[in-house]
Design a protein around this ligand. Structure first.
Ligand SMILES: Nc1ncnc2c1ncn2[C@@H]1O[C@H](COP(=O)(O)OP(=O)(O)OP(=O)(O)O)[C@@H](O)[C@H]1O
Ligand SMILES: Cc1ncsc1CCO
Ligand SMILES: [Mg+2]
Length: 283
């Protein structure tokens, strides 16, 4: 009896979160927001296909000369520094400024932020341009919050997401962004509230650019509900994780999971989201 009454107490919050996640996925499907992605060469394919399978419309435009015309028309911008070069950084900055000025959300993925002084400085300069959301893995969020170059595993994390909660909170407070840390539990914070999304499978870390792709999915979810950025961010992470869980039932390894994850994201329905979304308050 005791466990049953506990279950009843928790149910309204769990139900609210899963309904929110489904409502946002449905809205992305019906509104098909245009998402500009300035992203690394490795991630372009998976990121564009993730957005398409979720119902959004990706556009990988990054040339400086095009941005004044194009960026104000998009519904959200995703900036990912994965294969950063001196040539691309001015375009990333201008696009961020244009998005901010035109009231469009923009999301930063600070890939390997602590790997070099050049990369860290670029990421810190981008944070100054007021991203709506920053999504990284544990090591990236810790490096960015400490503003320090550290021994790293490059684009992979050597920290658990839960090791980065305090860093995520301080980065959120300092930047004004919602900060998300991916991992076994995806952490989302506004600097005060902390929420965990508990979906996904470990095999997702064996497919390059799943983190990059979920960052773009966050941009799509936030674009359709700009007044609830934390909720939209947690919902995108949960939905992507559910697609991984569904895909894993049909996969034999990373390559087939990549395909089945995309198929599952495309096919996911209300019953699946309502029964599988696991989003909880952690504070
Ligand atoms: N141990 C895990 N169990 C379940 N899901 C996980 C686990 N680790 C990561 N994920 C999921 O895998 C996806 C990618 O997260 P990850 O932390 O690997 O990003 P990343 O390091 O930025 O990846 P990349 O740089 O390759 O894009 C996220 O959706 C996350 O929720
Ligand atoms: C492997 C890799 N190298 C730079 S970006 C990238 C994709 C995953 O972040
Ligand atoms: Mg990454």
């Amino acid at each position: 009896m005791e466990s049953k009454s506990n279950y009843k107490e928790e149910e309204p919050e769990a139900t609210m979160w899963s309904q929110k996640a489904w409502a946002l996925l449905s809205t992305v499907r019906s509104q098909s927001p245009l998402i500009q992605c300035i992203t690394n060469f490795v991630s372009m394919d998976l990121m564009a296909n993730t957005l398409l399978s979720a119902g959004a419309s990706p556009a990988m435009l990054h040339t400086l000369e095009e941005l004044t015309d194009f960026t104000p028309q998009v519904h959200a911008l995703c900036v990912n520094v994965g294969t950063l070069s001196t040539g691309w950084l001015p375009a990333m900055k201008l696009a961020a400024e244009l998005a901010h000025k035109s009231g469009k959300p923009w999301v930063l993925d600070p890939v390997a932020a602590g790997a070099s002084g050049f990369r860290l400085k670029a990421c810190l300069e981008l944070v100054e341009l007021k991203p709506t959301v920053i999504r990284g893995n544990g090591s990236e969020i810790i490096a960015l919050a400490k503003a320090s170059v550290e021994p790293t595993k490059g684009v992979d994390s050597s920290h658990k997401s839960t090791d980065a909660i305090e860093s995520a909170k301080s980065l959120a407070q300092a930047s004004g962004a919602i900060v998300a840390v991916s991992g076994a539990v995806d952490i989302v914070t506004d600097g005060n509230r902390v929420v965990g999304a508990h979906n996904g499978v470990a095999m997702m870390t064996k497919i390059t650019a799943t983190g990059c792709s979920v960052t773009a999915l966050i941009a799509a979810f936030v674009s359709v509900d700009q007044s609830h950025v934390l909720e939209a961010t947690a919902s995108a992470l949960s939905v992507f994780g559910i697609a991984g869980e569904m895909g894993m039932k049909m996969a034999n390894g990373p390559a087939s999971l990549r395909m089945h994850l995309i198929d599952s994201l495309y096919g996911i329905d209300e019953a699946c989201v309502l029964s599988h979304a696991k989003i909880t308050s952690l504070s």
